[in-house]
Design a protein. Structure first.
Lengths: 494, 177, 312
């Protein structure tokens, strides 16, 4: 199948391009890009080509997700590779990296190959396996890391766990360096987070919930940076959530270390106040305790007017709603500010969904006992776009953090729309608003704190290797010169 | 909304005096008596009756106050919960004649609740009922022993009693429709 | 006459109570206390209502207090003790609630080890919920009985200087009292070692008027009310304090320390008491102690709340 995307607002961060034009897709590749509208339109009706009219929408390279929990094998009631793939396509992602915390874990070459094989057969998007660092993710014995690399793992990670033994972590980083793979580190000192329910701060104090202190993340980030430096490894910090963590990563980058980082859409936009739910409505919680925030700020004047956008309203939730429980927890608003700043100044390289589907069995319990996680793939883009709509970051940079950024973390050629590159493409309308209803999710995980929220930004079409993986309604079904030709093929019948 | 006065301050004073005479006559004196006012306007009425009896008979009749909120049988009518006030009965009522006092007798449900409440405080020899106004429309087989004035009313009308001690205005009884 | 506010459905914490409503509860409590002083200590106000006490955490005194309160109002009372969390039991809270609903419960009184559990219950249950203590979050009936006791002894709450001493970080009693006392206009001081308190900013963010200190002598100077809290032995095992002996020496309320407070000051404790740790035996049994009044008043306060939710 060949496609001709016309009237496209093309954003291609890898080439620093934002323009209007047309794109011709053939044999699964971007064949030609015409940088001005109406150029390149084949003058003769052509057999076997569908015209997609993308007027008013953005056309960008498909998103790459560094961090998704696919749950298969082992927890197929929460998600499968097939449903995660559909959810990814619906969210505009064309490649998702599969965290190894399945049952059994992706800790052998066989497990990695099986995952890749299942994905090839069942997923509409590309799935890249991540290998576990230790056998069974038990933190005691290294997994066979070189064989995991041979089996196609694009990175190594202990997925949601920190290797408590610093010596073992250093050995793992040494191996990762030898293999040329990034080590994706979840940073949490479990002794400091024992029994945690949410971020330790004003809200946990008010609600009487045991806290996950920021320092539990920051001490491990500091440790792992030092360990990575000592062996020359590429350390990648998984969903950084604290202002202190951002500062440590920034400092490491300034020293020229190979340290990269990702952040999730929810940590960029939601805060601890979401745990208050409807209690947030009439309780004036000042943004930060004044004394402490001074110390933590890094020479940046706080910018006024950064609040929740009016269309995100935590008071739609009841207090203590388990959908807000995620690891790391939703942090204070000053942390959210620091994460946005980190995204802006390049400290944070990528936005990763952190997609963590749970079934209602794991969520319909007392808050602290609820399994952490947010089903994030299908709301990721719209949530991040709230920052664009608010003027926090520009659209080109945002797309970069979803495409070029994650590709560079993986040490791959950047996702781009240059002729000859794979036709992994997303088309989204940044202005279209919609109401989040988890019952419409294709992910099996309906766990989201965003139920009932109005978001702006909708994926219209996702193309993986030149084939349509997701299309919203009859989006882009052609008008104009090729209508006749298309009709001959019966494409317009849908 | 119209408001018509049916008893003046003087009328009320005369009605109280007449009720006092009847109480004394019916009970052969006032020695064994306890007056129990039903909150709120039954309380000042009971106190006035006690004061008048002291004038007539030279005997101080004890006065108790009864809050019947916790005995009401109209739980199904869900509104904001009424405020509960204290009940205070200064003497043991067992073996004595209790005269319950209220301003208006209407359906009889308040009196029924008051009878229930009195039950929890002892076993009186007899219970009598004194009211300033009987407006009819009984829903229970209850009648007053001493009545200041019988006032035929329609159900949609309202009787408003004003007593100086509670309302801080001149005494009076009004019919409001 | 009816109450000033619209009908309340649940009592989950004091954070949604106004000063007027707390005042009303205090007044109603006084009336309920009068009922408890009668020879027949029972009124028919909640006849035909079913109250279920759901205790996921053992608490003899609170459970008995609620049972007596419900019985004094002629409600049908069922008590269900279930140790451990629903997860440990393999039965979900939701399932238990649905069963009770199907059996006709009008009001559930719940004690639970997890903060927020009553909110979850209230979200799904058709009737009313009273929080009888959830994790370290809230214990609104205890706070109301404390407020009633203070008002009964000192005639007012507004403007009083109240010091809460001890393991505040882990205390639901402290949190609900901070709400109640602040709403009623008292000046509240929190006094504890930092390990049992956390950063002051975390408290001030919600309650800017609090005074927070680890200096007990300064906190007690001129206090009208000294509220002591139970120190669980496991706090020492968790490394939050060096020893009970040192803790008692620094933060235990002794007669000498009480002398720093105002002459009319009262001392309170939600019980059960660790005598010799957070409070010395002679103080607990002194004329300044209102600890047994608190227990007595607990039944009356719970009657007032049960009536407020299910009566009228």
């Amino acid at each position: 199948m060949r496609y001709f995307i016309k009237n496209a607002n093309i954003i291609d961060p890898a080439r620093r391009i934002a323009t209007i034009g047309n794109i011709l897709i053939e044999h699964g590749l971007v064949a030609q890009v015409f940088d001005m509208a109406d150029f390149g339109m084949p003058s003769e009706p052509d057999q076997g080509i569908e015209v997609i009219d993308a007027r008013g929408s953005i056309v960008a390279p498909g998103f790459i997700d560094l961090h998704a929990h696919l749950r298969e094998p082992g927890d197929e009631h929460k998600e499968t590779i097939a449903t995660a793939g559909q959810a990814a396509a619906r969210g505009g992602f064309t490649t998702i990296c599969a965290m190894p915390d399945t049952t059994p874990a992706t800790d052998t070459a066989g497990a990695a190959r099986q995952l890749a094989d299942t994905a090839r057969r069942q997923s509409v998007v590309k799935v890249a396996p991540i290998g576990a660092v230790t056998a069974g993710r038990k933190g005691s014995q290294l997994a066979e890391l070189a064989e995991l690399a041979e089996a196609g793992c694009v990175a190594l990670s202990e997925a949601g766990r920190t290797i408590a033994d610093a010596a073992l972590m250093r050995n793992a980083l040494s191996y990762a360096a030898m293999l040329g793979l990034p080590l994706l580190a979840h940073c949490e000192d479990a002794r400091l987070t024992n029994g945690w329910a949410m971020h330790e701060g004003a809200v946990s104090t008010r609600l009487g919930l045991p806290g996950f202190p920021s320092s539990a993340e920051e001490t491990i980030i500091a440790r792992d940076i030092a360990l990575a430096e000592s062996v020359g490894a590429h350390l990648h910090i998984c969903n950084v959530s604290t202002s202190g963590g951002v500062a440590l990563i920034r400092a490491a980058k300034e020293r020229g270390l190979r340290v990269t980082a990702e952040v999730t859409p929810h940590h960029l936009t939601l805060s601890e106040r979401w745990v208050l739910g409807s209690l947030a409505q009439w309780t004036a919680l000042p943004r930060t305790p004044p004394a402490e925030s001074k110390k933590r700020k890094r020479g940046k004047k706080s910018e006024p007017g950064l609040g929740l956008p009016s269309w995100l309203d935590p008071s739609l939730l009841p207090p203590y709603d388990a959908s807000t429980r995620v690891n790391p927890p939703l942090r204070a608003e000053e942390d959210v500010e620091a994460l946005i700043e980190g995204l802006r100044d390049g400290t944070i390289d990528a936005i990763a969904s952190g997609h963590s589907p749970q079934s209602m069995v794991e969520k319909n319990v007392e808050y602290r006992l609820a399994a952490p996680g947010i089903s994030a793939l299908e709301t990721a883009l719209a949530l991040v776009l709230t920052l664009v709509h608010r003027g926090e970051i520009d659209l080109l940079d945002m797309v970069a953090k979803l495409t070029e950024g994650p590709a560079s973390v993986l040490g791959r050629a950047p996702a781009t729309l240059r002729p000859g590159s794979a036709a992994d493409i997303v088309i989204f309308d940044p202005e279209q608003s919609w109401m989040v209803d988890p019952r419409e999710f294709v992910s099996l995980g309906h766990n989201t704190p965003l139920t009932g929220q109005k978001l702006k930004g909708q994926v219209m079409l996702t193309m993986v290797a030149g084939e349509i993986a997701y299309r919203r309604g009859s989006f882009g079904v052609g008008t104009g010169v090729l209508r006749q030709a298309s009709k001959l093929e019966g494409i317009l019948e849908e | 909304m119209t408001e018509k006065q049916i008893l003046s301050a003087d009328d009320i004073r005369r009605a109280v005096a007449r009720i006092c005479h009847e109480i004394a006559e019916r009970n052969g004196g006032v020695r064994n008596l306890v007056l129990v006012g039903i909150r709120r306007r039954g309380v000042p009425l009971a106190q006035r009756i006690a004061a008048t009896l002291l004038d007539f008979e030279g005997i101080m009749v004890p006065v108790g106050l009864l809050d019947i909120t916790l005995y009401r049988d109209d739980l199904a009518m869900r509104g904001p919960a009424p405020v509960v006030h204290s009940t205070s009965i200064p003497v043991d009522i067992t073996g004595r004649v209790v005269v319950l006092v209220d301003d208006v007798l209407y359906t009889g449900r308040t009196v029924r609740a008051a009878l229930d409440a009195l039950n929890d405080f002892g076993r009186p020899e007899r219970i009598q009922l004194a009211v300033l106004i009987d407006r009819g429309h009984r829903e229970l087989p209850i009648r007053a022993d001493f009545v200041g004035k019988n006032v035929p009313t329609a159900r949609e009308e309202r009787i408003e009693t004003k007593l100086n001690e509670v309302d801080q205005t001149e005494d009076g009884v009004f019919i409001v429709r | 006459m009816t109450s000033t506010s619209t009908r309340r459905r649940h009592v989950l914490d004091l954070d949604d109570f106004s000063q007027a409503e707390i005042t009303e509860v205090i007044e109603t409590t006084a009336s309920m206390k009068e009922v408890l002083g009668r020879s027949i200590k029972q009124v028919p106000a909640l006849r035909s209502k079913t109250v279920v006490n759901m205790f996921f955490e053992e608490s003899t005194r609170t459970r008995i207090s609620f049972e007596l309160a419900a019985k004094a109002l002629s409600a049908n009372v069922v008590t269900m003790s279930a140790k451990g969390s629903s997860v440990e039991k393999g039965e979900s809270l939701l399932d238990t609630m649905r069963t009770l609903q199907a059996l006709g419960a009008d009001l559930i009184v719940m004690r639970h080890g997890e903060a927020g559990a009553p909110y979850y219950l209230a979200e799904h249950f058709n009737g009313s919920v009273i929080n009888a203590g959830d994790g370290r979050h809230a214990h609104p009936t205890q706070a109301l009985l404390d407020l009633f006791t203070i008002h009964e002894r000192l005639g007012q709450i507004e403007g009083l200087k109240v010091v809460i001493v001890g393991d505040i970080l882990h205390s639901r009693v402290a949190r609900s009292n901070i709400w109640g006392l602040t709403i009623m206009g008292a000046q509240v001081t929190l006094c504890a070692p930092p390990t049992l308190l956390g950063p002051p900013g975390f408290w001030l963010a919600t309650w800017p008027s609090l005074i927070i200190t680890s200096d007990l002598a300064a906190a007690l100077a001129g206090a009208d009310v000294v509220m002591t809290l139970r120190l669980q032995n496991e706090r020492q095992q968790a490394g939050l304090l060096p020893s009970l002996r040192e803790y008692s020496r620094l933060f235990g309320i002794s007669a000498a320390r009480m002398a720093l407070a105002a002459p009319h000051a009262i001392v309170m404790h939600p019980g059960p008491i660790n005598e010799g740790v957070e409070i010395m035996p002679d103080v607990a049994s002194s004329a300044q102690s209102v600890i047994t009044d608190q227990v007595t008043n607990g039944v009356a306060v719970r009657m007032a709340l049960l009536y407020r939710l299910a009566g009228g």
